[in-house]
Design a protein around this ligand. Structure first.
Ligand SMILES: Cc1cc2nc3c(=O)[nH]c(=O)nc-3n(C[C@H](O)[C@H](O)[C@H](O)COP(=O)(O)O)c2cc1C
Length: 207
């Protein structure tokens, strides 16, 4: 399970002027390479007491404002974010011998933005959101399926499924974005953008 990383290198002169443009380049590479779920990212949060937690969520928007995802606002991650509005993200693009790490503050998405995204989801996903009190302990699978059936009855057939008031999105506003490219002899390239007022500094980190 030891691998030689030799697919490529990352030089300061390769980088885009800002981390979002650079992220887009690498994201496009991940899509073009056919990686499964290229928009899957590990989201790390921590509780008021400093207890860390990490889980995968899907990136559903990326622009100069940051990295957006959607979730249940009653979930454990949402509680963490309310208590400690900071997070870290990891995009583990192993087949490309790459990883991107983001740290920053977390802000709530505008409910209109969440409503727009919710409306674009498949009906079954919308009903599933209503059926699941995410992160709560439940009696069994049947309880979940009953909740789903109840949601189906509540909004039968072509009835639009409304946005639950316990569902929405967050954006991680990047303070740092690090691009890691595996290299030979464990001399990997790590270039990190760090926000400095209105501009971005780029620093190389030891691997
Ligand atoms: C590939 C993948 C994508 C996922 N995407 C999301 C997502 O976009 N939003 C979400 O709330 N949970 C998503 N999940 C489920 C989370 O990993 C997690 O189980 C759930 O959000 C509850 O986390 P919490 O209890 O820490 O709040 C995804 C899981 C996987 C494996």
């Amino acid at each position: 399970m030891r691998r030689v990383y030799a697919l490529g290198g990352l030089h300061e002169s390769d980088l885009a002027g800002d981390p979002i443009a650079q992220f887009r380049r690498w994201f496009d590479d991940a899509v073009a390479a056919g990686l499964p779920e290229p928009n899957a990212m590990v989201l790390a949060t921590s509780s008021r007491d400093g207890v860390p937690a990490a889980r995968t969520v899907l990136l559903k928007g990326c622009d100069e404002r940051g990295f957006a995802f959607y979730t249940n606002l009653g979930s454990a991650k949402a509680r963490d974010v309310r208590d400690n509005p900071r997070a870290a993200l990891v995009f583990p693009w192993h087949p490309l011998e790459r990883q991107v790490r983001v740290t920053g503050a977390v802000v709530s998405l505008d409910p209109d933005e969440a409503a727009g995204y919710f409306a674009s989801r498949p009906r079954e996903s919308q009903l599933g959101a209503w059926a699941s009190e995410q992160s709560a302990v439940i009696a069994g699978r049947e309880a979940l399926e009953e909740q789903f059936a109840a949601a189906e009855q509540r909004w039968p057939g072509g009835t639009p499924v409304p946005l639950p008031d316990f569902w929405g999105g967050y954006r991680v506003v990047p303070a740092t974005v690090e691009f890691w490219q595996g290299r030979e002899n464990r001399l990997h390239d790590r270039l990190r953008y760090r926000r400095d007022g209105a501009r971005w500094l780029v620093e190389r980190l030891a691997p």
